[in-house]
Design a protein around this ligand. Structure first.
Ligand code: FE2
Ligand code: FE2
Length: 167
């Protein structure tokens, strides 16, 4: 069973999965499972969470939900531990740099259209202030990425608390 944080649905059984399966089943994306992300989860699970909520919101607003899902899965495609990132002379911060790395990696392994590129590159706005989103879908990920980060931190704590009260 494949789930997104905060959802009980089996993603394998949804049309959503058919739009991202080629990326999700690729070994380059699966490598993201080796990296911790937002304390309690992995970068792969976080990327899947973002892909799913990007898809739902964009579908609701009749935007390009398929590109939003695919770009969501690719938006943090970088292979280092965040705490190991060190700024060399004149280099950008992790917040500004990792979307660029993600686009480079995504392009190397998959076909990424201009909308998907913009979604990936701009997902850290306004923290990366100069990268202003060009499309509505790019604003959606700005919100969804933060929403998922909060859920990913809160959900395990909530589950722990819930099981404590059940005893
Ligand atoms: Fe990111
Ligand atoms: Fe992210």
């Amino acid at each position: 069973m494949l789930k997104a944080v905060g959802s009980k649905k089996n993603l394998f059984e949804l049309p959503f999965y058919t739009y991202i399966s080629d990326i999700f089943e690729n070994e380059e994306i699966q490598k993201l499972a080796n990296f911790k992300h937002h304390i309690y989860t992995t970068r792969l699970q976080h990327s899947l969470n973002v892909a799913y909520y990007n898809y739902l919101i964009c579908k609701f607003f009749r935007l390009n939900a398929v590109s939003a899902a695919r770009a969501g899965l690719l938006h943090d495609m970088f292979y280092y531990d965040r705490k190991d990132y060190s700024k060399e002379n004149g280099e950008k911060s992790h917040s500004a740099r990792h979307p660029e790395i993600a686009v480079e990696n995504a392009r190397e392994h998959f076909y990424v259209d201009p909308l998907e590129c913009d979604i990936i590159e701009k997902h850290m706005w306004p923290m990366a202030i100069r990268r202003v989103p060009k499309y509505k879908e790019s604003y959606v990920i700005v919100f969804v990425d933060k929403y998922c980060a909060i859920l990913e931190v809160i959900a395990p704590k909530y589950q722990k608390l819930k099981s404590k009260f059940k005893k």
